[in-house]
Every structure is written in structure tokens, then in C-alpha cells.
Design a protein around this ligand. Structure first.
Ligand code: PLP
Length: 444
């Protein structure tokens, strides 16, 4: 491979063999964007350029890439214990990490069930919710409620409660689910942080209860801040009201914090930042700083206790669920090192102090052509881009491709451009990124 080889020496046969995830394969394979290395807030592209990572990987690598502490921990772990069976046997770090994770969670959420991804966390939490009610003698509580514009990964439960149309359309009927409306209101354009109006959208939960009856509903799952739909902060009071309604009607509330967990909002969790404690929290991504796949569902103790109290003889499996790679020792080592970095480098307070810089910077783009809305919270921000006639997805794609050419990696999804700055970003890097984005949109 030469320094200027965009294809990184990948042969045509190799290129053909890889069916890429969530990618326009036909376009990519003609004009690939190959990353060969990463350090700190930068990727190195195959053609030898330094690319600023404006999405922290995929909302994963807030502490920056290729951290020595994680490399060291993972490599030590591989040498000591490369794998331990996850069913009926375990290893010390699984327990150490479980307790460590609970230290980042709101009080009362203190039982950790491991998964390997955000999608698996969604499935796991939804299955726990249904099984919980069965264990409590209420087997009719099976219906799952998600929200329009919600994203909970790509497995059957996740797409059933998910509310991003194109992610569902191809796959037909899955798990019985219904949806709350999303919280985007026409009057809430170009709002900095949380919109003041919109809490009333939680009242729609009462409509769903009237329709299905609480005796048939197991759980509601929402992202405290919807990420994949384009950074939708919750309206002030919305989550609190949703929680009240769930509590009054014996419906479990699950927060999908796969993006918001471990710092991105400027607090350890969205639950903490927005002051509402759900019954379960799903995490992944930032848990290992993106290095090794790992996720978890953190349940309040009462849920765990119901399984233990109704689990049959002590040697019986209380929850027949789990993965070959649950609590993988290498992932545990990566997570422990990542959480140490978050704490030692004070990255969560750093997000809080950088959030106003991003807010100030991104909202300066108001007034540029095609931008119909700007939203932000913590180190997450997004623009909504007016659709080109007949090609609703074209402009965000063009913007992201031009930005890649200019040396910036950002995300485009649906009609939005999304930024998820690394927690280690410097204020000047944020401004440089946003100003390049503005120039790119002006030149469209
Ligand atoms: C809120 C949320 N839930 C679930 C997922 C799915 O995670 P994964 O891609 O690790 O399966 C994502 C991924 O972006 C997410 O943002």
C-alpha cells in the first residue's frame, strides 16, 4: 500500500466480499473511505490524511482513540484469561466491572446484565420487562411501547419499538409494539438545549393506555435524548411526566442510553442529567470507549429480586437469556480501563464545560441555506437539512462527503447532519469543525 492509495491495497475480490453495514455499498466501493489508524481525536485515512473525528467513532470513543491504558489492559487480559464461559461460570473482572458500572448509574439501578452491543441491550431489556411481569403473575403485560424517531438497534425487538421508518420498512411484522409520537414540535426550531414546550407529548401515553389497557403493556422504551434521529433533546418536563404515568399504571420505563450513557450529556447518564430515574438503563458504545464490543442493561434491584424470588430451586437458571460473549473478559478489561479514564481525566465535567462552546458554535450556522433546524445538548448536535427535490437524502450525504474531503468525519442520517464531539476535543477544534461545516453548506 502506498501512502496515497485510497484503496489501501484492498483487491477487487476483497472489496466485493464485504457486504458493509448501513452503507451505500455501490457508491462506497467505487470511492472508498478507508481508515487505517486513529489516535486521539483524529483518524488517518488510507490516502494519508489526518481526519478530525467529529462523531467520536459512532458515539463510541469519547476519550479519544488508541488510549494506551486500554491497550495495556486488553493486552494483559488476553495474556492472562482470553475467554471464560459466561454461563454457570465466570471470572473476577465481570463482577468488578458490574459494581463499577453501578457507580455511574442513578441510585437504585444496581444489577448489571451484560450484552455485546446496543441492539442486544434493547432486546435484553425488552425480554426482561416481559418476563418480569410473567414472574409477577401478570402474563398479559406483553405490549412494548417505543416512540416515533426512536432508535434501539436493529434486532427484532429493537426495530419493533424503533421509530425510524426506513429501518423497519423492509422487514415486515415483528414483535407487538406501539409508539408514542415524537417530541419535535414546529415551534421548537433552533432551540438551544432542551425545548421549553413539549412536555404535553408525554400525555399521549395515556391515549396508548386507553387503547391497549395497562394490563397489556409491559414497558415503554425511549432514548432520553434521541440520537440517531438527529439529536432530539427532551422537552423540559417530558421525561418526568412519562415516568409519572408509567409509575401510576405499573408500566416499566426503560431508558436507552446507548449514546447518552457515560458522559455525552455532561453527566454520567441522561437519567442523571434530566433528573428522571427509569427502571432499566441500556448502555453500550462509550462503555469500552468503542474498543471492544460490549453493552449492558442495568436494572433496579426490585426487578432482579423478582427473578430470584420466583426462580425455582436455587440451582435453576432464573433468566434463560445471555450470549456466548456476555461479560467477555477482554471486554471487561477494556471497560474497566475506559471507566478509569473517564474518571481520572474528569471527562464528564469536561463535556459539561465544552457543551456551551458547541452550542454557541453550532447555532451560528442559523441562516445558512438549507438548514431548517439546529439542536444540541452536551457534546451532541445536529442540523436538519431541507430536502433536495425528489432526493430527500442527497444533501446530507453530499455535505458529509465534502467534509471527509476537507478532513472531517461527521455523520449523516436521514435528513440530518450529526456531530458527537470527542470529550477530549479542544474548543478551537469544535469551532474549526463547525466553520468547515458552514462553508460546505454555503458552497452546496
Ligand atoms: C440509542 C441506541 N440504541 C441502540 C443502538 C444500537 O447499538 P448497536 O449498533 O451497538 O447494536 C444505538 C446505536 O447507535 C443507539 O444509538
Amino acid at each position: 500500500m502506498t501512502a496515497n492509495d485510497k484503496f489501501a491495497g484492498i483487491t477487487q475480490a476483497q472489496m466485493d466480499a464485504h457486504w458493509m453495514a448501513f452503507t451505500g455499498n455501490r457508491q462506497f466501493k467505487q470511492d472508498p473511505r478507508i481508515i487505517t489508524a486513529a489516535k486521539g481525536a483524529y483518524f488517518t485515512s488510507a490516502d494519508g490524511r489526518q481526519i478530525f473525528d467529529g462523531l467520536s467513532g459512532l458515539w463510541t470513543c469519547g476519550a479519544g482513540h488508541s488510549r494506551d491504558e486500554i491497550t495495556e489492559a486488553v493486552s494483559q487480559q488476553m495474556k492472562t484469561l482470553d475467554y471464560a464461559p459466561a454461563f454457570q461460570f465466570s471470572h473476577p473482572k465481570a463482577f468488578e466491572l458490574a459494581e463499577r458500572i453501578t457507580q455511574f448509574m442513578p441510585a437504585g439501578l444496581n444489577r448489571v446484565f451484560y450484552t455485546n452491543s446496543g441492539s442486544e441491550s434493547a432486546e435484553t431489556s425488552l425480554k426482561i420487562a416481559r418476563a418480569y411481569w410473567r414472574k409477577k403473575g401478570m402474563p398479559s403485560k406483553t405490549k412494548l411501547i417505543g416512540r416515533a424517531k426512536g432508535y434501539h438497534g436493529v434486532n427484532w425487538g429493537g426495530i419493533s419499538v424503533g421509530g425510524i421508518g426506513p429501518n423497519r420498512a423492509l422487514f415486515g411484522e415483528a414483535v407487538a409494539a406501539d409508539h408514542l409520537p415524537h417530541t419535535v414540535l414546529p415551534e421548537n426550531k433552533f432551540i438551544k438545549g432542551m425545548p421549553e414546550t413539549g412536555a404535553h407529548k408525554a400525555e399521549d401515553m395515556l391515549e396508548l393506555i386507553a387503547l391497549h389497557d395497562a394490563s397489556n403493556i409491559a414497558a415503554v422504551i425511549v432514548e432520553p435524548l434521541a440520537g440517531s434521529a438527529g439529536v432530539l433533546p427532551p422537552p423540559v418536563g417530558y421525561l418526568k411526566r412519562l415516568k409519572e404515568i408509567c409509575e401510576q399504571h405499573d408500566i416499566l420505563l426503560i431508558f436507552d442510553e446507548v449514546i447518552t450513557g457515560f458522559g455525552r450529556m455532561g453527566s454520567n447518564t441522561g437519567a442523571e442529567e434530566f433528573g428522571v430515574v427509569p427502571d432499566m438503563i441500556n448502555v453500550a458504545k462509550q462503555l469500552t470507549n468503542g474498543t471492544i464490543p460490549m453493552g449492558a442493561v442495568i436494572a433496579k434491584q426490585e426487578i432482579y429480586d423478582v427473578f430470584m424470588e420466583n426462580g425455582g430451586p436455587e440451582y435453576a437458571v432464573e433468566l434463560p437469556h445471555g450470549y456466548t460473549y456476555s461479560a467477555h473478559p477482554v471486554a471487561c478489561a477494556a471497560a474497566l480501563a475506559s471507566l478509569d479514564i473517564l474518571e481520572n481525566d474528569k471527562l464528564v465535567p469536561r463535556v459539561k464545560s465544552l457543551a456551551p462552546v458547541l452550542e454557541e458554535s453550532i447555532h451560528q450556522l442559523k441562516g445558512l441555506p438549507y438548514i431548517t433546524d439546529i439542536r444540541n445538548y452536551g457534546l451532541a448536535a445536529a442540523l436538519t437539512i431541507d430536502a433536495a427535490p425528489g432526493e430527500p437524502l442527497l444533501r446530507p450525504y453530499q455535505i458529509a462527503m465534502k467534509m471527509w474531503e476537507k478532513g472531517f468525519y461527521i455523520r449523516y442520517g436521514g435528513d440530518t447532519i450529526q456531530l458527537g464531539l470527542p470529550f477530549i476535543a479542544e474548543p478551537e477544534q469544535i469551532d474549526t469543525l463547525v466553520s468547515a461545516l458552514g462553508d460546505t453548506i454555503k458552497a452546496l
